[in-house]
Write a protein that binds this ligand. Sequence first.
Ligand SMILES: N[C@@H](CCC(=O)N[C@@H](CS)C(=O)NCC(=O)O)C(=O)O
Length: 225
Amino acid sequence: MSLVVLGAGVSPFVRKVRTFLAEKGQAYAHEQVNPFSPPEGWRELSPLGKIPVLRDGERVINDSSVICQYLERRFPDPALYPRDDYDFARALWLEEFMDGGFVAVSAPKLFQALVLRPLLAQKPADADAEANARKAWDEQIAPMLDYLERSLGGAEFFVAGRLSIADLAVASPFVNARHAGFAPARKRWPKLRAFLERMWARPSFAPLIAEEVPVFGKRASQIAD
Ligand SMILES: N[C@@H](CCC(=O)N[C@@H](CS)C(=O)NCC(=O)O)C(=O)O
């Protein structure tokens, strides 16, 4: 297989690349790599030590955003970046909003605190971690959800009425929030919640989520409507 995605499947960035490849209809191999306990020689493939890495034959590409742009040029159909200049910029911005904004808060305060650390320690999250996560959701994340709700409006997709990198970049990190027991409440963010459910049901997302749930997704049943 000439395309290989390296990185733990539960990473929102790895998931972004895998759903991107699935939406392109491209077959690939996936190799689990834990960036905190990497295989020998990992830094030669990933100079910053991060996942994902894409191998395309002898070529090595780093960073999920760079990888997706590479894949777009390598496999132009179906296009997953808008053609119009402004739409293109909006799609890139939404990707950055999620990667640099949403993930920067939700990864440490929700997923790592409530799912990863308890898994590694083999004991449930303590009351402080629960309270910190709730506070982060209410104070830091809720305004981001308001922004996403407004940006989506009544549309099916975030940009230009069709699936793009923006939709994959938004839907992927919310899977980790879901694993941690958080999703936008239907009452306050109805459009965003319905969008996420549509995206997670797509053939690009559904099998990946199904793979992850038995290990990481036990708290998802706590999600209120
Ligand atoms: N901008 C990078 C971010 C990748 C990233 O932060 N990955 C995390 C896992 S979700 C990682 O590899 N962390 C290990 C580390 O920072 O040492 C991308 O989009 O690929």
